[in-house]
Design a protein around this ligand. Sequence first.
Ligand code: GCB
Length: 594
Amino acid sequence: MLRPQDGPTRERRSLAGLWRFRLDAEGAGRTQAWWRTPLANAMDLPVPASYNDIYPDTAIRDHVGDVWYQTSVWVPTGWAEQRIVLRFDAATHRATVWVNDAEVVQHEGGYTPFEADVTAHLRPGTENRLTVLINNELSWTTIPPGTIETRPDGRRVQRYLHDFFNYAGLHRPVWLYTTPRAHISDLTVTTAFDDTTGIIDYLADITGEGALRVVLRDASGNEVAAADGAAGALRVPDVHPWAPGDGYLYELEASLLGRSGNVIDSYRQAVGVRTIEVRGQQFLINGNPFYFKGFGKHEDAAVRGKGHDDVLMLHDFALLDWIGANSIRTCHYPHAEEVLDYADRHGVVVIGETPAVGLNRNIGGGVFGSGKRVPTFSADAVGDDAQRAHLQAIQELVARDKNHPSVVMWCLANEPDHVQPEARDYFAPLAAEARRLDPTRPVAYANALLAPPKECVITDLFDVILLNRYYGWYFGTGDLESAETELEAELRDWAKLHDKPIIISEYGADTYPGLRNTLPTPWTEEYQTELLDVYHRVFDRIDAVVGEQVWTFADFATVPGIFRVDGNKKGIFTRDRRPKTAAFHLRTRWRKDQ
Ligand code: GCB
């Protein structure tokens, strides 16, 4: 799916700003057709942002159900001959959209973009009303799943098994953009090497008539290759590869040409030439073993919740650079496309994750249950509908991010039940579909310690083993000696059982900033630092370990609970991005070879 862009044949208009907003707990707006008139009794709300934390009002923060957004847009008369598209980069978790009186699109899934051709519904030269109904409910048919509890007083409370606050709203930019009527509708690029020559395979989808021509330019703007046709291969001698820490990008300009050679449409696509391969227990980028250093990371901040913000994004990347991280996992959902663009340009490696988190009735909010197993994959919990939603989430993730060189692997789920035999039937088609859609990237899922390695029924469906481990925290709290021996024994088991690389995709300890002790006791800054040391000693002794991603980059919001002190505090940075002691420690380790 192509991102909106400005260019000789296209124009883009951001709809960021203050919209009108209204809660609708009773669902009255659907029957009363609130999209037909200016939204009554509305308040202001910024887009993009989560709506939950803007006002100090629990009715908004904890709202379950429908909310309405509305704005009005002037469409210039100059757009009259163009095709006009309305695009939402994300609406969490589902949306219905009207332009003036017409419903134009519905979308399910809170973290991938969707759009509608609104040419027939917008009136150029006038002001147009745009209304969005958003619903934040999670159920056993949604990804991520959840359940709604009705309290004795009639209040509906959203419950879920994942460990982050259920922020909702228009989290990412909203665009109106134009394309010519005949246009380039999609582009797919994959890259390879023939010795020092880069090979770029491209495939364009075209709507309407026209001939396609592509030109590839290097980062200085020099043309290095060109081809004609909707599909083909470009060869670039002495190619400058994209590599971790070296986000070198070429630019592919695709032009749709009319009979006389006139440019009907043109689209520019950044291309990083690189390969990914899993060979035995190694993860190779451009044929070189790569070791992941970094974090599982949320999109989360005070006030804006999960709202995308360039200021915060840049600051986060600056901190990643400061600490010497080379990679992130986009926990636990696809992050904003701006994040991937930045990672492409700066050589940051990304594990892209779907929103399939909490598919496990034996863990709640990161906390393990009683040990008595409850089935997760069943008709009354995660069943066929959830699997269909999960499949769609995978398809939309790959469609959105397939061309990003920074994305080196797809993580299809975080901590699903991996022991229940039905997990295999659930995951086999999903892994197969991810491979079919993108044969160039490995697939994985992040494993929680539910059972010893040999009891996992799905590892062989995947290419890389991602392990989220909490020895010394949830298991053997406070006992770092046992943590070291148990972690090592378990990792050696995995390495013996499977000829696959292992990444520790989560490890860490809640740490209350400023809580200090001469003895490392849980929640202190000393404990976080020592726990990381223990894990690092183990990683360094096991060759199959090809990466360490600490949980987590920064403290983040969760539902209230006795395990959470104003949110999850496993951040190496606080929620306002101040370093805890462990940050300096990690910096020493991660920067030592740089
Ligand atoms: C996990 C989850 C993550 C939680 C974390 C924790 O295993 O993957 O979402 O936040 O543990 O801190 O409990």
